[in-house]
Ligand binder design. Structure first.
Ligand code: ADP
Length: 309
C-alpha cells in the first residue's frame, strides 16, 4: 500500500505545486486525474524518489520512501512523461543495456529477462526493429517494458496515453489492467476515459491540492439526479452560464449540447422555473468537470484525505 501524507512542494521561482497532498493507494490501478499544471508530474516524481518535497512523507509497504530511496528504487518502476530512447537501437538491445545497467551481469539471465519482458508488453514480434521506427503506442509499451525490468511492486506511469490513437490507447490500457492484478499502479492522466476504463480508485488533483478521492463508481453515483442536458444556440451560452452551473459544453449540429449541474435533492425542483433541461445520466467526466470548474479552492486547500490515513 502507498501512503502519501501532507506533501508540499514549492519550486524555485515560487510555484506552489503541491499544497498538502495526502492519498492512500491500495493494490491495483489508481488514477490521478487532473488538468495540465495541476501538480501530477511533481507528485509522481516525489513518489519515484526523483524530487525532494519541502514537507510531508511517503510510505510504501512500510518503507519510508523519502528516507530509504535506494531500497524503494529496487521495488519501483517509473514511466516518466518524456523518456529518452536511443533511436538507432532495437528494443532488445536497449533492454539488454538497461538490464546490464541494473546489475544483471549474466548474459543468459539477461537474455531470458529481456525476452520475458518483451513478451509481457507484446513487443516480441518487433524486438529487432529500431526504436526510432516505433509508433507512439509501441514506444509507450517499450516504456513500460523498461519500467518492468526490475519486477517492480509499485509502478508509476505519468500521462502514458496522451498522444496515442484510440487503438493504441486500448492496447495500452489492456496492458496496464493485466499488470495491475498484483502490484500497485499509479496512473497520472488528464484523460478521464483512462480512469473510467481502468481504475478501481482515483483522486482528482487541482492547483496542487486533492479535491476529490474515492471510487469512480461512487463519484458518478453521487451525481445521479443532478445532471441535466439541453442543446442551446451558441450565442445564448453566456446567459446560461450566468444563471446555471454549466459543467461542460459539446458542439452539436444544432448548437451546443450543454450539461448543467444542480445540487438539489429532488430532480425537477432544482432548476429555476422555465428551464426545460432533460435529466442526464452522470458520467465520470461530469464528476471531473464539477471539481475542476468549481470555484478555486482556498490558498491552503483543506487536507481532504486526512483522517483516512
Ligand atoms: P502536471 O503534471 O499536472 O501538468 P506539473 O507537476 O508538471 O503538473 O506542474 C505543476 C506546476 O508546477 C505548474 O505550474 C508547473 O508550471 C510548475 N512546475 C513544474 N515543474 C517545474 C520546475 N521544474 N520549476 C518550476 N516550476 C515547475
Amino acid at each position: 500500500m502507498l501512503e502519501i501524507r501532507n506533501l508540499q512542494k514549492t519550486y524555485r521561482g515560487g510555484v506552489h505545486a503541491l499544497r498538502g497532498v495526502s492519498l492512500r493507494v491500495d493494490r491495483g490501478l489508481f488514477g490521478l486525474l487532473g488538468p495540465n499544471g495541476a501538480g501530477k508530474s511533481t507528485l509522481m516524481k516525489v513518489v519515484a524518489t526523483l524530487l525532494e518535497p519541502d514537507a510531508g512523507d511517503v510510505h510504501f509497504d512500510g518503507i519510508d520512501v523519502l528516507a530509504e530511496k535506494t531500497r524503494v528504487r529496487r521495488l519501483l518502476g517509473y514511466l516518466p512523461q518524456d523518456f529518452g530512447l536511443y533511436p538507432s537501437l532495437s528494443a532488445e538491445q536497449m533492454l539488454d543495456y538497461l538490464a546490464c545497467a541494473k546489475g544483471v551481469g549474466d548474459r543468459r539471465t539477461r537474455r531470458n529477462l529481456v525476452a520475458a519482458t518483451l513478451e509481457r508488453v507484446n513487443l516480441s514480434a518487433v524486438k529487432k526493429r529500431r526504436l526510432g521506427g516505433y509508433s507512439g503506442g509501441m514506444r509507450q509499451r517499450f516504456g513500460i517494458a523498461q519500467a518492468l525490468l526490475g519486477d517492480p511492486r509499485l509502478l508509476i506511469v505519468d500521462e502514458p496515453t496522451a498522444g496515442l490513437d484510440p487503438e493504441e490507447r486500448h492496447r495500452f490500457q489492456n496492458l496496464l489492467a493485466e499488470l495491475a492484478s498484483d502490484i500497485v499502479i499509479v496512473l497520472s492522466t488528464h484523460i478521464v476515459s483512462d480512469v473510467t476504463a481502468l481504475c478501481h480508485a482515483m483522486a482528482i488533483i487541482r492547483e496542487g491540492g486533492i479535491v476529490h478521492q474515492g471510487t469512480p463508481a461512487e463519484a458518478v453515483a453521487e451525481l445521479r439526479g443532478q445532471v441535466w442536458e439541453k442543446t442551446v444556440p451558441r450565442d445564448l451560452l453566456e446567459a446560461y452560464q450566468s444563471r446555471l452551473q454549466v459543467i461542460s459544453t459539446a458542439p452539436s449540429v444544432e448548437g451546443l449540447r450543454v450539461r448543467v449541474l444542480s445540487d438539489g435533492v429532488h430532480p425537477g425542483e432544482v432548476l429555476p422555473a422555465g428551464e426545460d433541461f432533460e435529466p442526464a445520466e452522470p458520467t465520470l467526466e461530469d464528476v471531473y468537470f464539477r471539481y475542476i470548474k468549481a470555484p478555486a479552492p482556498p490558498e491552503e486547500a483543506p487536507d481532504v484525505a486526512q483522517g483516512v490515513a
